[in-house]
Write a protein that binds this ligand. Structure first.
Ligand SMILES: Cc1cc2nc3c(=O)[nH]c(=O)nc-3n(C[C@H](O)[C@H](O)[C@H](O)COP(=O)(O)OP(=O)(O)OC[C@H]3O[C@@H](n4cnc5c(N)ncnc54)[C@H](O)[C@@H]3O)c2cc1C
Length: 487
């Protein structure tokens, strides 16, 4: 069975728990609420006192530490990070998976979470200058759900109070796993061994044979500046520009502008000049003194998990921020990891969970999740933008080449299927993204169509991008009754 697009018969053969596991592992944005149900059902009562370490004190490290504290209260947790090494934290967008997760972990309601972390609510993405149509378009979250714009340092401060672990401020020099236990070497202190380790130490220093480079992504750098709080704060603005695109993340205390570009095509000076131009043109002060440049790799680890050592967050995979997938993927990774732990530690099938075939399957699932997200993001560039420039020619050609000669044929095949499924959704019914989920799913089933999800993205997200960017042909206008009948 292909876990990313099981067919109806295959789903019917599964037990309730297997269905939940399948859905939970592949949470579509629309179903983030199910996460809560799933999480409560999956909380195991592990009695043996396993020693578990989380390496890294960035957003991913704290997400893992808070998640494990909540799910596995019996674990002896160690949270190890070097405070001399900075975390990323640029001002991040999230997906609807995140509010569901953080409510579950903290027990706080939406208002209190936003107050404590100075977040704004995010209802989707607002694209300007993208594609052939020359008009802005939106990608609304499915079924009226929402996410947050967050500041990682504020998030970390909140999560800190939900982590119960021995905190060690020290530099890790080596991590050696034999798939049964993991030895951690430090700069100065004596080594320690653990039953399980979550490595969330951020980007690898360089990509090696352990990493699959993701050439689908046409960008590799960001120039970030801060500005006063933005008036338009219900969506992340994604503004195409000649050298790439600019995100505007609106927080309560400030907003962050990030120019995402390719440093092999454009220089930092060109990007800084563009930010100056945007500042003058819009009248919004993009403060030069807050400017910082970040370079990022696009990759997925071949092996994220070996039976004892998990990789999570930027240590496991990364693609550019266009669809805000990094924290989303980190939540997916920790969810898969904790389900594996639940099974392997309390179930009679534990040993089977450690079989190489099973571990390989899990790695494939997690690796492909990032690669699917990458192909979806790459597609956003396919119809070009209002600008004819070396960057946009490169980005559009790059997508076409990647689809023709894919890094992973299965990922590309599913992408095509998904794109064609989205093309069948007439443009005028996109408003039904806001219909109640049960009604939508019932209608899909009535028409013999099983909804499936691509790296957590719904067909509706595909349709919104496909039409918005002008990649799909505009369809005839439908009356409201035809709209209802068509879903
Ligand atoms: C330009 C840009 C924009 C982004 N926008 C978004 C967005 O909109 N949405 C989104 O979801 N994500 C976004 N991200 C990604 C997001 O910022 C990260 O995914 C997230 O912060 C998680 O990072 P991390 O914890 O994996 O790594 P980091 O923040 O790099 O943290 C690594 C941690 O490991 C510790 N460490 C490192 N080496 C050692 C060592 N040897 N010993 C001990 N400790 C060590 C460090 O001290 C640090 O605590 C963006 C990233 C970039 C670059």
């Amino acid at each position: 069975m292909n876990p990313l697009s099981p067919n109806q018969e295959e789903i019917q053969e599964l037990s309730d728990d297997q269905k939940l596991q399948l859905i939970g592992g592949l949470l579509p944005r629309s179903e983030s609420e199910r996460f809560k149900v799933l999480a409560s059902r999956m909380t195991p009562s592990v009695t043996q006192r396993y020693r578990v370490a989380i390496l890294g004190g960035g957003a991913a490290g704290f997400i893992a530490a808070a998640h494990l504290t909540r799910r596995f209260p019996g674990f002896e947790l160690f949270h190890i990070y070097d405070t001399r090494i900075p975390t990323i934290g640029v001002g991040e967008g999230t997906t609807p998976l995140f509010p569901a997760w953080i409510r579950d972990i903290t027990g706080l309601d939406d208002t209190e979470i936003r107050r404590r972390c100075r977040m704004t609510k995010k209802h989707g993405l607002y694209f300007e200058n993208w594609g052939t149509r020359r008009t802005p378009f939106q990608e609304d979250f499915f079924f009226n759900s929402y996410a947050y714009h967050i500041s990682s340092p504020d998030l970390i401060e909140l999560l800190r109070s939900y982590v119960k672990a021995t905190v060690l401020d020290r530099r890790v020099n080596s991590v050696i796993s034999n798939g049964r236990e993991v030895a951690i070497g430090f700069e100065e202190e004596a080594p320690m061994t653990f039953d399980f380790v979550f490595d969330a130490r951020g980007f690898p220093r360089e990509l090696t044979d352990e990493h699959i480079p993701i050439r689908e992504i046409p960008t590799n750098a960001a120039l970030i500046r801060q500005a006063p709080p933005a008036e338009f704060n219900r969506m992340t603005r994604c503004v195409a520009r000649p050298h790439g695109w600019v995100f505007v993340i609106p927080l309560v205390s400030h907003s962050t502008y990030g120019y995402i570009y390719n440093d092999k095509i454009s220089s930092r000076e060109e990007i800084a000049a563009e930010l100056d131009f945007l500042s003058q043109h819009s009248g919004i002060p993009l403060r030069k003194e807050t400017e910082r440049q970040l370079r990022f790799p696009s990759f997925a680890r071949r092996q994220l998990f070996d039976g004892a050592l998990f990789h999570i967050g930027n240590a496991a995979s990364f693609i550019e921020p266009l669809e805000a997938t990094a924290i989303h993927i980190a939540l997916f990774q920790i969810d898969v990891a904790s389900k594996w732990l639940s099974d392997a530690l309390i179930d009679a099938r534990g040993e089977a969970r450690r079989a190489p075939a099973f571990i390989n399957g899990l790695n494939k699932l997690m690796r492909e999740y990032t690669m699917e997200a990458a192909l979806f993001v790459s597609w956003h560039y396919a119809a070009g933008s209002s600008f004819q420039s070396p960057f946009w020619s490169f980005a559009a050609d790059n997508f076409r080449q990647c689809l023709e000669t894919p890094t992973d044929a299965g990922v590309a095949d599913r992408f095509r299927q998904y794109m064609e499924a989205a093309r069948l959704i007439p443009e005028d019914i996109l408003q039904l993204a806001s219909m109640p989920p049960d009604r939508y799913l019932d209608r899909m089933k009535m028409n013999g169509r099983q909804p499936f999800f691509y790296a957590g993205f719904s067909e509706i997200s595909f349709a919104q991008i496909g039409y918005g960017a002008g990649y799909f042909e505009r369809q005839e206008y439908l009356s409201p009754s035809q709209v209802n009948a068509a879903v």
